[in-house]
Design a protein around this ligand. Structure first.
Ligand code: ZN
Length: 499
């Protein structure tokens, strides 16, 4: 039987099963990374729900989209699941290789996954260059054949679903504000912040690495953002109390939220990185952390706490698509709003005995500018990549676009691994804009110390209750009357860098 549009009843069944599928994945993810379960058994979950992502089912859900955004979200979920299915072997092989391969540098073995921290912690520049070269060789020779095969499988799957390529499919799955119109804003931001970036990056490279931006090479970048002198300002024993006190200022009592499960226990196999697993929204949201301290760890905890409060305050009455699917720029925006408190001078002075908070804020703003420019270049690259007839011709374009944006030439070998599935890059870019504009609005309405205002907290809870029913653009418009502008990130950075 050829694929045909589903009845409302069939769509309900599909929706309910998709809901269980995502809950089971989140729970397995939680159990494994919290160190409560040694194995990570995704295959039985995928097996159980295989029908959700079969090509004819994906096409049938696609045929049911008739202007309604909820069904469109279900279709996007189905497509993403299908692409995940055709590349599951690739992902497993790559994960195995990544965890097995050792780089040999100066007779010393470095696990492949530790290459980046090794670069960050290595003071000797020439040794950093050798680590970078060893990692690039492995990527080129061992990983890229698998990455390339996976990228071609995805292109084939997009054609099988009836589209010229992956980009054309996403032009149907996402509004233009998340793709082509956003690309226009990205080009404008790269122009408007070029000089600002060159000056700020040059200053930070000279301070941290002892070279100018002109002399800087890609193996210096991890070193640039690893500033051990700030570590002691962010002690591990004060992380969770600082989060509790911050939320209390906003009128949220973390300990009494029955649906938020704060997992602070130490376990040998627990991942050191904070994460949030929204197993049931809003009824069972896990916030997991094993504090190690330092700025990175504080940032990660506050970011994940932003996701946690968003999901925990989401209204139970929303549809599955409005809770679990929808525009991820919204949840990433809430995460960024809390994350960026940790480089806000007034917050630092309130929560910590922090010397020179303004100097720290300048480093934070320089880092933000680096990453926003990097993601602008990435989305421009991904749009070209996903429309290319032969993706193996793309390394030069990768080097050109990323190199122009950052003034540092990237490894050509990274042209496949540096791609996020489903244009997730768009969610981060719009989340940065959402955070910048919402923060400006909160400061105007509640003062520069908005994060100590109960009224600001009430407004946030009200907005969190909307889950992901609205897109970031719509939510911002409802609250502030403004349209979402990437340039707001540039203004936010200028405010810190130019005082
Ligand atoms: Zn996030």
């Amino acid at each position: 039987m050829p694929p045909a549009a589903l009845s409302d009843r069939e769509l309900d069944t599909y929706r309910e099963q998709a809901d269980r599928f995502i809950a089971e994945l989140d729970e397995e993810f939680y159990l494994h990374y919290a160190g409560l379960k040694e194995s990570f058994d995704l295959s039985p979950i995928y097996e159980r729900h295989r029908n959700l992502t079969e090509v004819d089912v994906v096409k049938s859900v696609g045929l049911s989209v008739n202007g309604g955004r909820r069904v469109r979200e279900l279709w996007r979920f189905a497509c993403e699941g299908h692409f995940g299915e055709v590349t599951r072997d690739h992902a497993e092989k790559l994960a195995r290789l990544e965890s097995e391969i050792q780089l040999t540098v100066d007779g010393e073995e470095i696990p492949y996954r530790m290459a980046r921290p090794a670069l960050a912690n290595e003071a000797d520049r020439t040794k950093r260059q050798r680590i970078d070269a060893a990692a690039a060789d492995v990527l080129e020779e061992r990983m890229n054949p698998i990455h390339l095969d996976g990228a071609q499988a995805v292109q084939g799957a997009a054609r099988e679903l009836g589209y010229d390529n992956y980009l054309e499919l996403y032009r149907q799955a996402l509004p233009s504000s998340a793709l082509d119109e956003l690309a226009v804003q990205c080009r404008a931001l790269l122009d408007s912040t070029e000089r600002l970036y060159e000056d700020a990056a040059d200053r930070l490279f000279r301070t941290r690495v002892g070279v100018s931006l002109n002399e800087a090479r890609r193996w210096d970048v991890a070193r640039l953002f690893r500033a051990p002198e700030w570590d002691k300002m962010f002690p591990k024993d004060r992380m969770v109390p600082a989060l509790e006190a911050t939320l209390a200022d906003l009128g949220v009592d973390l300990k009494s939220q029955a649906n938020v499960h704060l997992d602070l226990d130490e376990r040998p196999n627990k991942t050191p990185r904070a994460f949030c697993a929204p197993i049931e929204i809003p009824d069972k949201v896990m916030l997991v952390i094993q504090p190690i301290g330092g700025p990175d760890d504080w940032r990660a905890l506050f970011h994940e706490a932003g996701h946690t409060e968003h999901f925990a305050n989401t209204s139970r009455d929303l549809a599955m698509e409005e809770k679990r699917l929808g525009d991820n720029a919204v949840t990433e925006g809430w995460a960024m709003l809390l994350q960026h408190l940790t480089d806000e001078p007034q917050w630092l002075s309130r929560r910590l005995d922090f010397p020179r908070p303004a100097e720290y804020a300048v480093e934070g703003a320089t880092g933000l500018l680096y990453f926003v420019r990097r993601y602008c270049a990435k989305i421009l690259y991904e749009i070209e990549f996903h429309a290319a007839d032969d993706v193996s011709t793309m390394p030069d374009r990768y080097v050109e676009l990323l190199g122009d944006a950052l003034k540092i030439e990237p490894t050509a070998a990274n042209y496949l691994a540096d791609i996020d599935s489903g244009f997730y890059v768009s969610s981060y870019l719009r989340a940065w804009a959402f955070e910048a504009q919402l923060r400006a609005f909160l400061r105007e309405r509640f003062g520069t110390r908005w994060f100590t205002s109960r009224d600001a907290g009430s407004l946030l809870r009200e907005l969190w209750s909307e889950g992901q029913r609205l897109r970031a653009e719509e939510l911002l418009k409802d609250v502030t009357g403004a349209t979402l502008e990437l340039e707001a990130v540039a203004e936010r950075v200028r405010e810190v860098l130019q005082g």
